[in-house]
Design a protein around this ligand. Structure first.
Ligand code: SF4
Ligand code: SF4
Length: 419
């Protein structure tokens, strides 16, 4: 029994144990183990909340293996909300079983956005002077036991500079928008951010990238650190609430999912909660926003005779319920052939920090995911979520070095005709 266990049990009691979610659960499909299924995990959480089970290492591991992909929520006919139960249980387990220093340091690090900037500058410098290759080949961080850091160094793409305010050059000014880049947008997705600001600018929007913004808090929330997730949400509300903008656009669907659920965080202050609820109305997917703006033909796009596979992230499918935006956006390019990435219903294994903390499982899930694509590769893969994109890109590069894995806005921006 623990604070909030009654509420958890009430939610868990909605589960009628039908098992319809199991074939949609990536971890169950990996091992065919009931404890690795949504139904099994709900039973484990019920046992913990009622005091019938204790937090053994095995129970802890089964709950840690969950990707929080929420495919089970989408499949569940009883409307069981799995993610809030898991977040709550992880929050409780985090107190009794504190995570290792690497995980604690990692979460502290992402909550301090400026440190990320310094980290990428260092990576770019090492890359420029040729030391990064040597470090990667030596696997020095693996040897030192810093496996997550090694993975990160391997995955960080080249960085593009993004000024904080980008004024409109177009004659027809449409408005002013802010970009939500969170903790890692400028690190893992700087090319996508650059493409978004150029497109928005050409469409007549002034773009602001406020420096006071911070991580959306999704990584903390799903790793059981609700207190920090709330702290970060407060910082973002304070930052964006004072901006005079028409919309706040996110590029990563993982951030978008967290931002869209800010109202359900445990706000102790009613005024702040109201501010958060009002702000949520302004959050929008950059892909959807630009797609709508493109319906007024102000810019010209060059045709692209290429096949493009569209990755639908779990947060797009199971939380935001917006998988059509990418297809609609890229349909503006003449001659393009769009196809869903096979196995779109299955998580690729990136899942926030999962690709770092559960690297072997993340790679096994990725292999399953891209195996059907490898039978019939396309010229490009696009994905709206930075974490999924770098995770997929690593495997795609190893098999098909010429295939690029991009944010859809990057692909669209490349087709812009010069004025
Ligand atoms: S589909 Fe829903 S009700 Fe059925 S076992 Fe899964 S979580 Fe429980
Ligand atoms: S969130 Fe995903 S991995 Fe976790 S139990 Fe549900 S379907 Fe399985």
């Amino acid at each position: 029994m623990f604070p909030g266990s009654e509420q958890l049990r009430r939610e868990a009691d909605k589960c009628v144990k039908c098992g319809l979610c199991a074939p949609h659960c990536p971890t169950y499909l990996l091992e065919a183990n009931e404890n690795e299924s949504p139904r099994g995990r709900i039973a484990l959480m019920q046992g913990l909340a009622s005091g019938q089970l204790s937090a053994t290492p095995a129970l802890h591991a089964h709950l840690q293996h969950c990707l929080t992909c929420r495919a089970c929520e989408r499949a569940c006919p009883a409307g069981v909300r799995f993610a809030p139960m898991l977040d709550k249980t992880r929050d409780v387990l985090r107190r009794s079983h504190p995570p290792g220093w690497q995980e604690r340091f990692g979460l502290w690090w992402v909550a301090h956005r400026r440190l990320w900037g310094g980290f990428t500058h260092l990576i770019q410098l090492l890359r420029a002077i040729g030391l990064l290759n040597i470090l990667q080949q030596s696997r020095i961080f693996y040897r030192l036991g810093l496996t997550s850091l090694q993975r990160l160094v391997d995955l960080v793409p080249p960085r593009q500079p993004n000024p904080r305010v980008i004024n409109v050059t177009s004659a027809h000014r449409q408005g002013r928008v802010a970009l939500f880049t969170g903790c890692m947008g400028q690190v893992l997705d700087s090319a996508g951010v650059a493409a978004a600001r150029r497109l928005l600018n050409r469409l007549g929007y002034e773009v602001v990238i406020p420096s006071a913004q911070t991580c959306c808090g999704a990584l903390h929330q799903h790793n059981g650190d609700t207190a920090t997730a709330l702290q970060l949400a407060k910082q973002n509300v304070a930052c964006f609430e004072q901006l005079q903008v028409d919309a706040i656009l996110y590029l990563a669907s993982g951030c978008g999912a967290q931002l869209s659920e800010y109202a359900s965080l445990p706000w102790e202050d009613g005024h702040l909660q109201t501010q958060a609820e009002t702000l949520i109305q302004k959050f929008n997917d950059a892909t959807s926003f630009i797609n709508t703006a493109l319906t007024q033909p102000k810019i010209k796009l060059r045709p692209l005779n290429a096949r493009v596979a569209v990755h639908e992230s779990c947060t797009q499918r199971n939380v935001l319920h917006n998988t059509t935006n990418t297809y609609a956006l890229l349909q503006h390019i003449a001659e393009i052939t769009l196809t869903p990435l096979p196995s779109n219903a299955q998580c690729c294994g990136a899942a926030g920090s999962y690709l770092l903390t559960q690297a072997a499982r993340a790679n096994a899930l990725r292999e399953k995911k891209i195996a059907p694509w490898l039978q019939d590769p396309t010229d490009f893969i696009v994905s709206n979520n930075a974490g999924c994109r770098i995770h997929l890109a690593e495997a795609v590069k190893a098999n098909s070095p010429d295939v690029e894995v991009l944010h859809p806005l990057e692909l669209l921006e490349r087709q812009l005709e010069i004025d």
